[in-house]
Design a protein around this ligand. Structure first.
Ligand code: CAA
Length: 282
């Protein structure tokens, strides 16, 4: 796999573009319009410029990295891609329509992957004429930093596709873990019950947000407390994941979105990306 397509250049998509380009692969980065394309380009250049400023990336390596990325509007640019990763918003109807388009445009041998964090990969796969070449590749936020990729195989995914994608994760310096198509896969299935519970504790007024986060950071050795982590993930994304897991996972009350998350999303407080969530950002 040498040419990679990425569809959707939000936080995750742009981060995934960076991961591939950093590791020497050619990337075609696709959005639906010029404005979204420019936003995606801005995320990538912002991240690589920060790495240069911190002395982690030589300016010449940044330029070479950016030179490996071609930004394009529309999926027609993905004709020659060996693997395409879809990272559009977490709506099943949207993902299925993107996959129908990719199925039409991409060469028959191309592998089509979704970065979904909780939607059923099987339902996305069966909408294509190549369900055996559809797989989940679930990256974690921030994608350039977090080392895990959940490789989600459905009952239809071909063995060679699973093996190729797992080998690709290693080539990217990531750890791939292979999991079947269940709600929340591994990490989110365990993580989101905890995050949701934290919001309920805070929302019920038992503890301040700073003390709650400090308890989990300092007491349990986690890099971030749960409310800060939710702000990083994005409260809209978190609410969608919880909602999907609640509906797909047998209506387990641990995943019924805490009212405070829903209220913050309704108010437009989406976390770091909107400047305010549980905390306020400059
Ligand atoms: N993009 C690229 N690099 C970034 C970055 C970003 N958005 N944010 C931080 N980094 C890099 C920094 O450049 C720095 O790199 P160097 O060590 O090479 O200098 C490194 O990460 C550490 O950053 P900082 O020193 O600024 O901050 P930190 O030490 O507090 O680490 C963190 C930041 C990596 C985000 C860390 O706090 C962390 O690991 N937090 C937990 C993140 C987590 O749990 N993510 C999973 C969320 S769940 C998910 O994603 C699944 C889903 O489906 C929603």
């Amino acid at each position: 796999m040498n040419t990679i397509g990425v569809v959707g250049l939000g936080t995750m998509g742009a981060g995934i573009v960076e991961v591939f380009a950093r590791n020497g692969l050619d990337v075609v980065a696709v959005e639906i319009g010029e404005a979204a394309l420019e936003r995606g380009r801005g995320i990538l250049t912002g991240s690589t410029d920060r790495a240069v400023a911190r002395g982690k990336l030589a300016p010449a390596d940044r330029d070479a990295l950016l030179g490996r990325v071609r930004f394009e509007v529309g999926t027609d640019a993905l004709r020659d891609a060996d693997l395409v990763i879809e990272a559009v918003p977490e709506r099943l109807d949207l993902k299925r329509s993107v996959f129908a388009e990719l199925d039409r445009v991409c060469k028959p041998s191309a592998v089509l992957a979704t970065n979904t964090s909780s939607l059923p990969v099987t339902e996305i796969a069966v909408g294509t004429v190549r369900p055996d070449r559809v797989i989940g590749m679930h990256f974690f936020n921030p994608a350039p930093v977090m080392k895990l990729v959940e490789v989600v195989r459905t009952v239809v995914t071909a063995d060679d596709v699973v093996a190729d994608v797992a080998a690709l994760c290693t080539r990217l310096g990531k750890r791939g873990v292979v999991i079947g198509d269940r709600a929340g896969f591994i990490a989110n299935a365990l993580l989101f019950g905890y995050l949701n519970h934290a919001v309920t504790l805070y929302g019920n007024g038992y503890v301040s947000r700073a003390d709650l986060d400090t308890a989990m950071r300092v007491g349990c050795g986690l890099p971030m407390g749960p409310l800060a982590l939710l702000d990083l993930i994005g409260l809209d994304v978190a609410a969608e994941i919880l909602d999907t897991m609640y509906r797909r996972g047998g209506r387990d009350r641990r995943h019924a979105p805490a009212p405070l998350i829903t209220q913050l999303v309704t108010a437009g407080f989406l976390g770091r990306k909107s400047g305010r969530g549980f905390y306020t950002y400059e």
